[in-house]
Design a binder for this molecule. Structure first.
Ligand SMILES: [Zn+2]
Length: 89
């Protein structure tokens, strides 16, 4: 189980979501990087769904659906539901 971030083939900058151009060097080629765990920086509970801001080790911040019993600053495991990152606390 993992989610993807996108790494610039020219300079190595990791971004999420995928960009048309690298924000650092303007490169257009990206490769997928699989991320299995990340840090839950913050989340909101809207009743039906929890949404969280999840920091990948390589830097980018992912907006993810959060499942389980999250706590701020905790480690989560990542998966994907289609293109949507899912963080499991
Ligand atoms: Zn770049």
């Amino acid at each position: 189980m993992s989610a993807r971030v996108f790494v610039c083939a020219s300079c190595g900058r990791a971004v999420f979501p995928r960009r048309l151009l690298c924000p650092d060097c303007g490169g257009r080629e990206f490769r997928d990087e699989q991320v299995e765990t990340a840090t839950l920086e913050d989340f909101s509970d809207r009743g039906q769904v929890k949404l969280g801001a999840v920091r990948a080790p390589s830097g980018p911040l992912l907006i993810a659906r959060v499942e389980g019993d999250p706590r701020r600053g905790g480690e989560v495991s990542l998966d994907e539901d289609g293109d949507v990152p899912v963080a499991r606390a």
